[in-house]
Ligand binder design. Sequence first.
Ligand code: NI
Length: 199
Amino acid sequence: MTILPIVVSPDPRLKQVSAPVDEVTDEIRTLLDDMLETMYYAKGIGLSAVQVGVMKRVVVVDVEWGSSRYDQEDEDDDHVHHDGCCHHYEAPEPGNPIKMVNPEVIASSDHNVPYNEGCLSFPAQYSEVIRPDAVTVRYLDEHGKEQILEAEGLLATCIQHEIDHTNGITFVDHISKIKRDMILRKMKKAEKLRASEME
Ligand code: NI
């Protein structure tokens, strides 16, 4: 699996609509695996293909994975099992990765809830976004089989955020203009800084 570079704002690709996937091929399965690996590495809970520069309607989410798998692995290296007993060994929390191709919301709850959202394409930026607290999503799994998922709570929030990405929409499009402009200004500043460092 490969850890891919993440596209960050103000990259114009984040505003583009991604194309539907015609067929779930090995290439798409590899993309799904690489996206999951990239998401865990970046300590995210969701990632859309546009965020790794692939303009396809492909999304991964895992809102249940352990807080920091990569730090954990480093610690495990120097862990000594004195007596074969694993009392002190803290295994990473098992996650629940979901791989979705062409996902779409087919029903949503009338009840809206706020959540303080962030995004790997807007590092260190957070803002409260109000969305339906439950959604029904239809998608193709990694074998090309249609699945229907009823999600609520954080999973519902995360899936809506990622499907937005496939439509060229980011979380800042859901917040007030004042907050949005503030975040976009910070992202532009950070981009200039990166450019100047590369000169
Ligand atoms: Ni995002």
